[in-house]
Design a binder for this molecule. Structure first.
Ligand SMILES: Cc1cc2nc3c(=O)[nH]c(=O)nc-3n(C[C@H](O)[C@H](O)[C@H](O)COP(=O)(O)OP(=O)(O)OC[C@H]3O[C@@H](n4cnc5c(N)ncnc54)[C@H](O)[C@@H]3O)c2cc1C
Length: 284
């Protein structure tokens, strides 16, 4: 299939991109890496009348750090994050997440901002943003606003952004060195979207678990935090037994639908197995 015809604009600045979105109206779309948008256009699942290409806006690229935060520009490509040298547990989570996105050619072009704006509930970046309570910066004709991840992702392929807003950056908190982190996924083939994905982060202070976080992708219309399993870990020793108990609770917290991959029980079993594996295998 070929896409419906469209006008193409290459924006040189954030301001120009926003004024083009306003000018071209609700049927226009931002083009970043094109790795989700172009397939959808080819299948005519998306029929934008105009594309606003933001790939050449330098202000949207790169990773910057403060002692408390890591800020990633929306046009930063998956591969740059996979190869990034950010230190500590957060650096490990960034590299593990990026390395699991599709195949190398996709990671070469696709961007973190495109993934977040696309809001696929199996996306690694949506999982990491939800896990870490990341803040998404959005700019439009009404100014700049910051939206917490749990308010940003609305449902399948829908975010809190308006049509005339541009995703500028995402900010993750820095994690101290006593945090352990892990990413676990199950997919039928290497490079496919995960059928279920689990991400976790928790600290171990004086031999007990604090601030446990578990996010799951692929079981609902957006990534979920497994709050009951998290609560069950607070103050517990990081033992196999405690991790198994939390994994069983995690399985009971999800209510996935059946699909061509299998019945709901299949995904629930994956949640249990991957949660246990992520908790037990987590490292700094
Ligand atoms: C075969 C295949 C396998 C894949 N596997 C995975 C996988 O395992 N995990 C995964 O997470 N992804 C996967 N992807 C998707 C890939 O990660 C894309 O790169 C990503 O979803 C979108 O990023 P992009 O930069 O290509 O965005 P685009 O395709 O350019 O845009 C996607 C959407 O976001 C909007 N958008 C983009 N940038 C902005 C912005 N700055 N502001 C506002 N709106 C914006 C666009 O208008 C569009 O609606 C796969 C893709 C393919 C083709």
């Amino acid at each position: 299939m070929k896409p419906q015809s469209f006008d193409y604009f290459r924006a040189a600045s954030v301001e120009e991109a926003i004024s083009l979105l306003v000018q071209e109206g609700e049927d226009s779309k931002v083009l970043a890496g094109g790795q989700s948008l172009l397939p959808m256009m080819n299948f005519r699942l998306a029929r934008p009348t105009a594309l606003i290409d933001v790939a050449h806006i330098d202000a949207l690229r790169g990773i910057s750090m403060t002692p408390s935060d890591i800020r990633i520009g929306s046009m930063t490509r998956h591969l740059e994050l996979e190869n990034s040298t950010v230190s500590g547990p957060m650096g490990s989570l960034l590299r593990q997440s990026a390395g699991r996105v599709g195949h190398l050619p996709i990671r070469t072009r696709g961007t973190i901002g495109g993934s977040l704006a696309h809001s696929d509930p199996s996306s690694e970046w949506c999982m990491l943003a939800t896990l870490m309570d990341a803040e998404v910066s959005i700019e439009g004709p009404r100014g700049l606003r910051k939206v917490a991840a749990h308010d940003f992702f609305v449902t399948y392929f829908t975010t809190a952004m308006e049509f005339d807003e541009l995703l500028i950056a995402v900010e993750f908190p820095q994690l101290p060195g006593n945090y352990r982190v892990a990413v676990q996924e199950f997919a039928r083939r290497a490079g496919d979207f995960a059928i279920v994905g689990i991400m976790t982060a928790f600290s171990v202070d004086d031999g007990v678990i604090a601030d446990p976080r578990i996010a799951v992708g692929g079981v609902a219309d957006r990534v979920l935090r497994l709050s009951e399993a998290e609560s069950a870990l607070v103050g517990k020793e990081p033992t196999e037994e405690n991790f198994s108990k939390a994994a069983t609770i995690a399985m009971g917290e999800v209510n996935p639908a059946g699909d061509l991959h299998g019945p709901p029980e299949f995904r629930r079993d994956l949640v249990k197995a991957l949660t246990r594996r992520a908790l037990a295998g987590a490292s700094a």
